[in-house]
Design a binder for this molecule. Sequence first.
Ligand SMILES: NC(=O)c1ccc[n+]([C@@H]2O[C@H](COP(=O)([O-])OP(=O)(O)OC[C@H]3O[C@@H](n4cnc5c(N)ncnc54)[C@H](OP(=O)(O)O)[C@@H]3O)[C@@H](O)[C@H]2O)c1
Length: 336
Amino acid sequence: MPYTANDNRYNEMVYNRCGRSGIKLPAISLGMWHNYGGQDVLENARAITRAAFDAGITHFDLANNYGPPYGSAEESFGHIMKKDFAPYRDELLISSKAGYDMWPGPYGDWGSKKYLVASLDQSLRRMGLEYVDIFYHHRPDPNTPLEETMAALDLIVRQGKALYVGLSNYREAEAREATAILKRLGTPCLIHQASYSILDRWIEGGLQGAMREEGVGIIGFVPLAQGVLTNKYLNGIPADSRAAGHSRFLNKDSIPESKLAIVRQLNDLAASRGQSLAQMALAWVLREQGGIESALIGASKVSQIEENVRALDNLTFTDEELRLIDRISAGDGAKA
Ligand SMILES: NC(=O)c1ccc[n+]([C@@H]2O[C@H](COP(=O)([O-])OP(=O)(O)OC[C@H]3O[C@@H](n4cnc5c(N)ncnc54)[C@H](OP(=O)(O)O)[C@@H]3O)[C@@H](O)[C@H]2O)c1
């Protein structure tokens, strides 16, 4: 069936300005790390992408190595772009990245100009795009001079292959240095992509404030702790969950009883707010008191997109609720 986007797609999504820039990000963005690989069902990925755009999610996030196999998520997305989204290209903010292991030999990993430029060329071919909206350096490289990596990002923008650049997984000091170099080069850093959730708050230790000062937006990835911050694992590991699959990053050992005890208390609090736990976890990331611009989710089903965007119905937390979430997530819920 040919796809026609929902006419009402811009009615309910919230759009937040990304740092000091002209770009607005949807409060909820969709990442393609999982469920878009060569081993996944393409028609499911296609349905998820359609549901997301229909709900006003205008930002899709990829990386060279998303799959498996590496590159296959970009290929799947390229297919979906061609079939469904070609007429909507100018309504979309599409990102990709390089920085992790991608191809064999000395030029397919880390942060050299050689790697970044070649990798983006490959990504563009896989996605069938002329340019990406945002190109990220995926992780800091301790051995390549930061000037070289930032010069590569600047070059890519000047070549017209990306409109904006971003950093991912950079700690505060290196992020400050990188943004200063980019500013000097005349290609300001648009965005920092960092992990952030009720269970993972490292950015609050300095990075968040630093990026605010520099005018760089923050998008928080893995806001649902890969599904742990939903009701999915409360009664065991469902067969169709990520933890039951072959993920290197989430399995039964990463969800010990001590973590589930925290999740259960958070689930009760979410219910008292009239939200599912997934909705409360996303609302917390986006909360009015010092949240961030966008929560970068993943989804394995259309119904998850539909549930998760409803987080926007209530982004307000009382101080008492926030304190309670702090105590529960610190494992101190019994005294809450
Ligand atoms: N820059 C980086 O280094 C980096 C690293 C990691 C990720 N990322 C980005 O962040 C994106 C999101 O990562 P993520 O997928 O791990 O994020 P997440 O939103 O924390 O987890 C998504 C997973 O949670 C489950 N889920 C989502 N909504 C649910 C709901 N309402 N009820 C029950 N389960 C639900 C699904 O897993 P099931 O399969 O179990 O249903 C879904 O695939 C990635 O795609 C990528 O773009 C970036």
